[in-house]
Design a protein around this ligand. Sequence first.
Ligand code: EPU
Length: 334
Amino acid sequence: MFQKNVSLKAYNTFGIDVIAEKFAEVSSADSLASLLSVNKDVIILSGGSNILLTKDLSRPVVLINNKGIKIIEKTGDHVLVRAEAGENWHEFVMWCLKKDFGGLENLSLIPGNVGTSPMQNIGAYGVEIKDRFVSLEAMEIKTGKILSFSKEQCAFGYRESIFKNELKGQYVILSVTFKLSVKNHAIVDGYGAIKEQLRKDGVKNPTIQNISDAVIKIRQSKLPDPKDIGNSGSFFKNPVISEEHFKQIQSDFPDMPFYRISEELVKVPAGWLVETSGFKGKRYGDAGVHKKQALVLVNYDKATGSEVLEVARKIQNTVKTNFNIALEMEVNIL
Ligand code: EPU
């Protein structure tokens, strides 16, 4: 059932070359259940777009690769679409656009697979998957049972869900169901970068396809393509600080960008904190910080996971010293 000593380089978007002593790919719930019945202490791998591998793995690695997209209900205005966990996220978004199903276009070009999208409630340009999410099915590793989770049960937050917290390591997501629009699409174009791109493209009344095209252009202009330069998107979460703390920093840096969350809380862009701390474009051997987006750590070629992690720690220490802010990693370290 398991292959021995498989390189995981092709299975993580950072392109880190570590070895899995045992590796299996499963493409159905049944084969996953039979594998789990004899191996419970497994590492589940999906699109590999949110992990940093720092060592060879002796625990068995299981790649989830079940495919399929199904329309499960259609009403006048909406459609429920279920996608299996192993579907590539961007290809799924493109499938929706082809059918003229609206709702996920702002999430175009995000690396990874459908199955891991709820794990950290992926989001970009004003939309998070929780906004379009209906339910998911997941297998409990301990029992092999398949359970359905509603939106409330997933306890979504900013880059958070119950699967990263209380239920961490306990379930394998098998499929996700989304509610999408079939007409009267709600266009989300309030994000500054989208407005600017639509203006450049000469688009006045954007369609969902125009939004997707704009998002793809924006992402391509500042985020490195993992096929060219290994990376895992934003490495840190944007921190939320108190109003008082924010005012202190703002008095030294009046131009600092920020998003107000409430009267007492302010979210500040981690990318700005990292850039202002002098790390943008810095390279340490083959590990480094992307030159166009300081929130993205990169593997230029043969960096090890530990080398990337060392850069991350250096950044955390400097940002803590400079701003008294503890940056939290968005990426899972293995
Ligand atoms: N900024 C800098 N320097 C940088 C990068 C950013 O000063 O090197 C400033 C920008 O000028 C801007 C602000 O920081 O004022 C925000 O930057 P940007 O719009 O690029 O977004 P972000 O906060 O860095 C977040 C998400 C991205 C998502 C974009 C768009 C997080 C951790 N990241 O990035 O998500 O695509 O917004 O919605 O929330 C991901 O999670 O992997 C990811 C790519």
